[in-house]
Design a protein around this ligand. Structure first.
Ligand SMILES: Nc1ncnc2c1ncn2[C@@H]1O[C@H](COP(=O)(O)OP(=O)(O)O)[C@@H](O)[C@H]1O
Ligand SMILES: Cc1ncc(COP(=O)(O)OP(=O)(O)O)c(N)n1
Length: 507
């Protein structure tokens, strides 16, 4: 049975239908293009009526074409004649004639939620509202439910110089809210500091402050547009401003953090509106990239293994017989339980092909265990050596993962024994010479079937991880890394047992 949530499952909140009334940005970072992505990322259905066409990119505005105001009226009426609008976000209005059209339409239709981002001057310094239209914009304010000015916009709306302190900004926001009767979201992004403060201020003077760490990035184009349209959408879902703003800011911070990954433009690039959605769906993950990433994430452990005295002594042949035999005995003990874990992976496997693969690996682990006893350890099928603390810790980790975790975590925990062993083994095998004391053992590392099984195991686990939720993927990686650390300790144990130091399992 699929565990996907049906798009029409009872109990889900209805999808907010959100109309953006704004200008355009052909590079997609600001204006209606940003609004549509922000609405979608916030769970809404986005619509757009265009006020002005702006030739701009991440470096600045080149020119503005304002279509006849009547055509904006036609767009608005076409939407409202047909669609029940749950929220409106208003952005760039450009001049008094456009403002008059929006004002008349709002007065007639009164959508339940109206958010106004009083766009005036772009970061590049270009005017997106003609200065002589500021009075018309002020007159529009009482018709909206939330105003979201940045520092210079708030200053312009209260006809004062820009605030330079947080208290100064709050004071202006209080006065704007009191004079208009409208809640204000004052944005402090233009003030200095490692923390960015924003505040919701309502007409009664009540203030809710919200802070986020400043994201060090050049990708800040369109943050105001994106935040206001996300807030409009989330206000419909949550029914109140504070949770809507809190959620929108959390989302925007993630989008800001991922903005530079988009490599859009040479100036101030856009935020990555859908970063969170892509991460949740694993859209940008391929099994190959994930495998590369996991391998890189254990580079420290792999380097420590290569530097271990045991591995070096095995390579140059200086390893003592006793230590070598002890290592083989521990390996045999480990393999007996490792085979049980692989058999359990086979039992839980979702496809016959995976079931067969893990069952084959379990059988091979047992064959190798028997070969160790009968060949290398000279005789009995029964172990004579007791498991050392690292062997016990490693086996306990695998068995606990099997007991508590799902299939995905079990196979992730099982992977380092293939992958690290094959990797270290391939390098050790290069040291084989005819007179090497461990020549026969080093030959076993070059086994082609094991290399093939390792490649299949890496592919199966990385495919599973790439298709899992971030939570499951995180648990898989934790199980994988813990096994990698225990692999290291397993290689360290034969010589460490002489100096009494124990395993160094990470918490
Ligand atoms: N570098 C940043 N790190 C974190 N949040 C930011 C950053 N820049 C802007 N923001 C947030 O984005 C929103 C809009 O920012 P702001 O720069 O104040 O307005 P505008 O984009 O309208 O000029 C605010 O909520 C602000 O806190
Ligand atoms: C069409 C259009 N609308 C608004 C803006 C300004 O966007 P904003 O979110 O205030 O972001 P920046 O000015 O910081 O990019 C715009 N550039 N274009």
């Amino acid at each position: 049975m699929s565990d996907a949530v049906s798009a029409t499952e009872p109990g889900l909140a209805p999808v907010p239908r959100v109309l953006s009334i704004a200008g355009t940005d052909p590079t997609g970072g600001a204006g209606v293009q940003a609004d549509l992505k922000s609405v979608a990322a916030s769970g809404g259905y986005g619509m757009a009526a265009v006020t002005a066409l702006v030739a701009q990119n991440t470096c600045g505005v080149r020119s503005v074409h304002r279509p006849p105001p009547d055509f904006l009226r036609e767009q608005l009426v076409a939407v409202s004649d047909d669609v029940q609008i749950d929220a409106v976000k208003i952005g760039m209005l450009f001049d008094a004639e456009i403002i008059a059209v929006v004002r008349a339409w709002l007065a007639e239709h009164r959508p339940p939620v109206v958010v106004l981002d009083p766009v005036m001057v772009a970061t590049s310094g270009d005017h997106l509202l003609q200065p002589e239209a500021e009075d018309a914009l002020r007159d529009l304010l009482p018709l909206v439910d939330l105003i979201t000015p940045n520092v210079p916009e708030l200053a312009a709306l209260v006809s004062e110089p820009a605030a330079v302190t947080w208290d100064g900004l709050l004071d202006q926001a209080r006065r704007l809210s009191r004079s208009t009767g409208v809640t204000v979201l004052a944005k402090g992004g233009h003030l200095d500091g490692d923390e960015i403060w924003d505040a919701l201020v309502d007409a009664s003077g009540a203030v809710t402050e919200l802070s986020t760490p400043r994201v060090e990035t050049r990708a800040t184009h369109g943050t105001g547009c994106s935040l206001s349209s996300a807030v409009a959408t989330l206000r419909v879902t949550h029914g109140a401003w504070q949770p809507a703003v809190t959620e929108a800011k959390r989302w925007l911070t993630t989008a800001l953090r991922a903005g530079e990954e988009l490599h859009v433009g040479q100036g101030h690039g856009p935020v990555s509106h859908l970063a969170e959605t892509w991460a949740r769906a694993g859209t940008r993950l391929t099994p190959a990239r994930l495998a590369e990433h996991w391998w890189a994430q254990i580079a420290d452990v792999r380097a420590e293994i290569d530097a271990l005295p045991f591995v070096r002594a095995l390579a140059d042949g200086s390893l003592g017989d006793d230590d070598f035999s002890w290592y083989l005995a521990q390996d045999a003990l480990y393999l007996g339980d490792y085979a049980r874990v692989l058999a359990e992976a086979s039992r839980r496997a979702p496809t016959v092909s995976e079931q067969t693969f893990w069952a084959g690996c379990a059988q091979q682990a047992l064959v190798t265990e028997l070969e160790l006893h009968r060949g290398w350890l000279g005789g009995s099928d029964e172990p004579e050596t007791l498991p050392g603390p690292v062997t016990t810790a490693y086996v306990d980790h695998l068995l606990a993962t099997t007991a508590r975790g799902g299939y995905a975590e079990v196979v992730a925990a099982a992977l380092p024994c293939f992958w690290i062993y094959a990797d270290v083994g391939a390098r050790l095998a290069e040291h084989r010479t005819d007179d090497h004391p461990y020549a026969a053992w080093l030959t076993t590392y070059a086994d082609e079937d094991f290399a093939e099984a390792t490649a299949r195991a890496v592919d199966l686990v990385s495919t599973l991880a790439a298709g899992s939720t971030p939570q499951v993927r995180e648990r898989m990686f934790a199980a994988f890394r813990a096994s990698a650390v225990l692999e290291r300790d397993f290689f360290a144990a034969p010589l460490q047992r002489h100096d009494g130091s124990g395993p160094t399992v990470e918490g």
